[in-house]
Design a binder for this molecule. Structure first.
Ligand code: G16
Ligand code: MG
Length: 217
């Protein structure tokens, strides 16, 4: 048996949410918008442009397209400087063990991320070669919770949606996986991620016995 195992990036493979937060906070603060860690939860799995709209909405700030474009560019430049020196030690716990097991069992591994910076991040942390397919924010037209990103990933590795597995840390991402008819696995807080079919706090809680059942489903 061979299945497509599709991984989200931010919050699943690496903890880049903190860098997104720092970059957005700088812009929010300048505009006098209070942008807390709780607010940052709203941006998980959400595209860059939609993230800015959410932040501006929090502060009831109206802006021209010109201003918005300038802020989007600034945010990404700051984000790029934060991720510039990322290394393997920023891979979240248990991820490598799961990737290694899947490779050993000849399973298909794909990335399904909203980020336009996904490839350079995988490269920096040294795990690009594990992936049989990568679908990121540059490839899709419809952002999560639209299932496009995951459907494209399964298609690229030649597997049907049914039986494909998605690891996600965001509500929007889990909704996308469920709409796609895939097996959704929430990584993180179970209460927030109650729409997942299975929940784990992190990858150290996922044992090979469970992975084996997914392969044989
Ligand atoms: C990620 C993050 C989001 C971020 C989005 C776009 O998605 O969770 O917070 O806004 O990518 O990132 P970028 O600005 O780098 O294109 P995912 O799907 O990997 O969790
Ligand atoms: Mg994520």
């Amino acid at each position: 048996n061979q299945k497509a195992f599709i991984f989200d990036l931010d919050g699943v493979i690496v903890d880049t949410a903190k860098y997104h937060y720092l970059a957005w906070q700088k812009i929010a603060n300048r505009l006098g918008i209070d942008f807390t860690h709780e607010h940052n939860e709203l941006l998980k799995g959400v595209s860059r442009i939609r993230s800015l709209d959410i932040i501006l909405g929090l502060g009831h700030v109206q802006a021209s397209d010109e201003d918005k474009n300038a802020w989007l560019t600034e945010k990404n430049e700051d984000y790029l400087s934060f991720i510039a020196n990322m290394q393997a030690d920023e891979i979240l716990v248990g991820v490598i063990e799961v990737l290694d097991w899947l490779k050993k069992k000849d399973q298909l591994i794909a990335l399904g991320s909203a980020s336009k910076n996904a490839r350079p991040i995988l490269e920096k942390v040294g795990i690009l070669d594990y992936f049989d397919a990568i679908v990121d924010g540059n490839d899709v037209t419809n952002a999560k919770p639209d299932p496009e990103v995951f459907l494209m990933a399964a298609q690229l590795v030649g597997k049907p949606a049914k039986g494909s597995i998605v690891f996600e840390d965001s509500v929007a991402g889990l909704q996308a996986a469920n709409v796609a008819g895939m097996i959704s696995i929430g990584i993180g807080d179970k209460t927030t991620l109650h729409e997942a079919q299975y929940n784990f706090n992190d990858f150290t809680e996922i044992d090979t016995e469970f992975l084996e059942t997914l392969v044989n489903k």
